[in-house]
Write a protein that binds this ligand. Structure first.
Ligand code: F6R
Length: 606
């Protein structure tokens, strides 16, 4: 979704803004622009397309010079991607960049037209810019407050008022925005990635707070327009975390970061060999008293919930329902006070997941967020938060965030099963020990890179693919299928292997490769029977299984064998070849791996 950066300090800001926007590219965008105070006037440059297009437009002396400015990458919602619709928007007096959606923009626009305002773009953002101009009375704080009263929706705004040179005004409601605190320079940004190389200190703006930012100081006002003191937060991500570090793509880097990400996520939650979630505020007493569990999330995070369902139900014998957040929020779910609703989200900003969280709270259920980005909306609004420590995930396709979400699911399942008395302390310790061994085993799985690359070369010309599996393997194959389609644009579907015969097998021909996940020992024979069925119909089959089973050439065309672990933990290992296969297929097809078309990293609109 849209990205915002702002800089005020002693340096030329155009380069800093464009560099910052490059670091926000991963959020997804289709146009970009900057506004800079130049000789007391606000100068705007913007362009449809990538940042390279904007840079080209600013060649030959057209780059604005100045030490204060705001920048934006736009992901079109109201109006197609075009130069005119790109941000910044406004007029000579007020210029803004905006992330979010203004729900009542039509009414505001009609009103402003009746007041003599004209509009150039189709965006909702321009109505906010013109509304600020309409209310402007020489006092920016008052002007912004009046605007807030009239505008419905979600927004993070960076604002320049011509009469206040070298000052950035910023505000947020629902959409994320932070204020970075440097030495003789300060920043605004949608997240830490653009400013990590300058500072790790920042303020997290709360709903309705207004920040007034100059090079020397940052003042924050609350909704009553009173000056307030805020706690300075310090990011624990280092600047290298947001760089490719020698890898060709962020996705490949992030696949390889999984052993460390899991270790960093689980280590603080294990004490004396047992899961220990109390530091996050989730006690055994709380856990064992929930009647049912709902896991609500979108996309990959929802797939992590599906694995969670299998393991929690199997181990702890507690009913778990997994919902897609955009369905959950409108299906009037049967949640009650005794239930626990777990929201899973890498970004912590996903609009549907946040709405599901609000609904769960409204119904009185307990809420637990499993989130990667500190201080994000979902993390702040849930009763309890367990942070995953994956570091920044830049590639749009989620990889390491998925594995750390899974590892938290395991800890919850182990602790819950023990709290409920369904497993003994010894078994709980045994499972926890196996989980701690995962990072080393993952390195063995990561070594299968070349094999996966070769298999990708066999799949690259397929028009459509089928993933099959049973039980946990089925849950995992959904993630494998999503990964492939989102970055390689090859259609794929995942299917419960036993369900094939009830219709879908009619699609199988020698042109439809099948990837079968068969890591669960109790279901192996059954899955292999299904593999034989598709092979008999001409499909080329890749089987992903453990290294203790023998599968002949007559069954699988290609085999990927993983180190053997507890069946229950196999999804963590089997995710790796799935991610590699998707990655190398996309690379071979020449796709934009880290920024697939039409996708945004954090989906802050419904
Ligand atoms: C797929 C992917 C998406 C996200 C989904 C939820 O690779 O990344 O499906 O998992 O948009 O995002 P978060 O986890 O930020 O709520």
């Amino acid at each position: 979704m849209c990205g915002i950066v702002g800089y005020v300090g002693e340096q030329e800001c155009a380069e800093i803004l464009v560099d910052g926007l490059k670091r926000l590219e991963y959020r997804g965008y289709d146009s970009a622009g900057i506004a800079v105070f130049q000789n007391g006037k606000i100068t705007v440059e913007k362009s449809k397309g990538k940042l390279a297009d904007l840079e080209k437009k600013m060649e030959n002396g057209k780059k604005p010079h100045g030490n204060c400015g705001i920048g934006h990458t736009r992901w079109a919602t109201h109006g197609e991607p075009s130069d005119i619709n790109s941000h910044p928007h406004g007029n000579k007096r007020v210029t803004i960049v905006h992330n979010g959606i203004i729900e009542n923009y039509k009414q505001i626009k009609d009103f402003l037209i009746s007041q003599g305002y004209g509009f150039e773009s189709e965006t909702d953002t321009e109505t906010v810019a013109k509304m600020l101009d309409y209310y402007y009375d020489g006092n920016p704080i008052e002007t912004i407050s009046k605007m807030i009263d009239k505008v419905n929706g979600s927004y993070a705004l960076g604002i320049l008022f011509r009469d206040f040179p070298d000052t950035i005004f910023a505000i947020r409601k629902e959409s994320p925005l932070i204020v970075g605190l440097g030495k003789n320079e300060n920043f605004i940004a949608s997240d830490m990635t653009p400013i990590l190389k300058y500072t790790k200190d920042y303020y997290l703006l709360e709903q309705g707070e207004i920040a007034v930012i100059t090079a020397k100081e940052v003042k924050i006002y609350n909704t009553e327009e009173e000056l307030i003191q805020k706690e300075v937060l310090t990011a624990d991500w280092d600047a290298d975390a947001a760089e490719k570090g020698g890898y060709e793509h962020f996705m490949l880097k992030e696949i390889n970061e999984q052993p460390t990400a899991i270790k960093t996520t689980i280590a603080p939650r294990i004490q004396d060999g047992m899961p220990y979630l109390e530091e996050s505020g989730l006690t055994m007493e709380m856990l064992k008293n929930y009647r049912r569990i709902f896991v609500v999330a979108c996309g990959t995070a929802m797939h992590a919930g599906l694995v969670g369902k299998y393991i929690i139900e199997k181990l702890a014998r507690v009913e778990v329902t997994v919902d897609i957040a955009s369905e959950f929020r409108y299906r009037d779910p049967l949640i009650e006070k005794e239930d626990l609703v777990i929201l899973v989200s890498q970004s912590g900003e996903t609009a549907d997941t946040a709405a599901a969280l609000a609904l769960a709270k409204e119904r009185g259920a307990a809420t637990l967020a499993i989130v990667n980005v500190k201080g994000s909306r979902i993390a702040r609004e849930a009763d309890v938060v367990i942070y995953t420590h994956a570091g920044p995930e830049i590639s749009v396709a989620s990889t390491k965030a998925y594995s750390v979400q899974l590892s938290v699911m395991y800890l919850i399942a182990f602790e819950l099963a023990y709290a409920k008395g369904v497993i003994s302390k010894e078994r709980c310790m045994e499972l926890t020990k196996s989980l701690m061994e995962i990072p080393d085993k993952l390195n063995e799985a990561l070594a299968l890179k070349e094999r996966c690359q070769f298999i990708a070369s066999r799949l690259v010309n397929a028009e459509s693919l089928l993933y099959i599996g049973r039980g946990l393997d089925y849950a995992l194959s959904m993630e494998g299928s999503l990964k492939l389609k989102e970055i390689s644009y090859i259609h794929s579907e995942s299917y419960a292997a036993g369900e094939l015969k009830h219709g879908t097998i009619s699609l199988v021909t020698d042109e439809m490769p099948v990837i079968a996940v068969a890591t669960q020992s109790n279901l192996l024979e059954k899955t292999i029977s299904n593999v034989k069925e598709v092979k008999a119909r001409g499909a080329k089959v890749v089987v992903i299984c453990t290294n203790d089973v023998e599968i002949g050439k007559d069954v699988a065309n290609h085999l990927i064998q993983l180190p053997k672990m507890e069946d229950m933990l196999m999804p963590l290992l089997a995710a790796i070849p799935m991610q590699y296969i998707a990655y190398y297929t996309a690379v071979l097809k020449g796709c934009d791996v880290d920024q697939p078309r039409n996708l945004a990293k954090s989906v802050t609109v419904e």
